[in-house]
Design a protein around this ligand. Structure first.
Ligand SMILES: O=P(O)(O)OC[C@H]1O[C@H](OP(=O)(O)OP(=O)(O)O)[C@H](O)[C@@H]1O
Ligand SMILES: O=C(O)c1cc(=O)[nH]c(=O)[nH]1
Length: 172
């Protein structure tokens, strides 16, 4: 077994659930990857981040992790990439700084969107639209798991290239 296969096996062992699940997109699935299970294991999360770091497109200036599962991933990734990091809310905070993107400034910078799981690509498309409104240049997204259910095409239609550490096929 290669190191990549071993990592995929560990992710599958801790996170793969079967049953009936309603997804963010409203789709119904019989398989679900509970990202919080691999994010809650610091050694596993660090190994995932180390391997994701080599997938970061050249020229990236800021890593932007999406609430909520993408926040742990981006924080681990930043330790390897040594890049400034933004934490992107689903809704701007209603008080205080009232920010949607916390942390590093995104305006005018080349931003990589970092996500845990991509299914339809809907959340990445929404958050990318919001980051672009803030002045970010977003051409790429990077995720831990691509469920291979149309995300790549949906993102491509918005000018975003998706890179994934693992696919659903790797986890089957
Ligand atoms: O590609 P999509 O069809 O948009 O689906 C994937 C999205 O759904 C999940 O988020 P969830 O709503 O479970 O949010 P959480 O990270 O806040 O738990 C996942 O973390 C992605 O953000
Ligand atoms: O599409 C989703 O909502 C989704 C799928 C999945 O496997 N894991 C997850 O956290 N969300």
């Amino acid at each position: 077994m290669t190191a990549s296969e071993d990592l995929a096996r560990r992710v599958r062992d801790v996170s793969r659930l079967t049953g009936e699940f309603v997804l963010r997109s409203g789709r119904i699935a019989d398989e679900y990857f509970d990202k919080y299970q691999f994010e809650a294991d610091p050694a596993l999360l660090d190994q995932l981040a180390e391997r994701m770091a080599v997938l970061i497109p050249e020229g990236t200036e800021v890593l932007a992790g999406l609430e909520m599962g993408g926040i742990a991933v981006v924080t681990a990734l930043a330790r390897h990439a040594k890049l400034p990091t933004a934490f992107v809310r689903k809704q701007a905070k209603q008080y205080g700084t009232a920010r949607l993107a916390e942390g590093a400034e995104v305006a005018g910078r080349r931003v990589l969107v970092v996500e845990d799981v991509v299914t339809s690509g809907g959340q990445v498309v929404i958050s990318t639209g919001e980051l672009r409104k803030l002045g970010a240049h977003v051409d790429h997204a990077l995720c831990v798991i691509d469920r291979q259910e149309g995300g790549t095409a949906a993102l491509a239609a918005e000018g975003i290239t998706l890179r994934a550490l693992l696919t659903r096929e790797d986890l089957s």
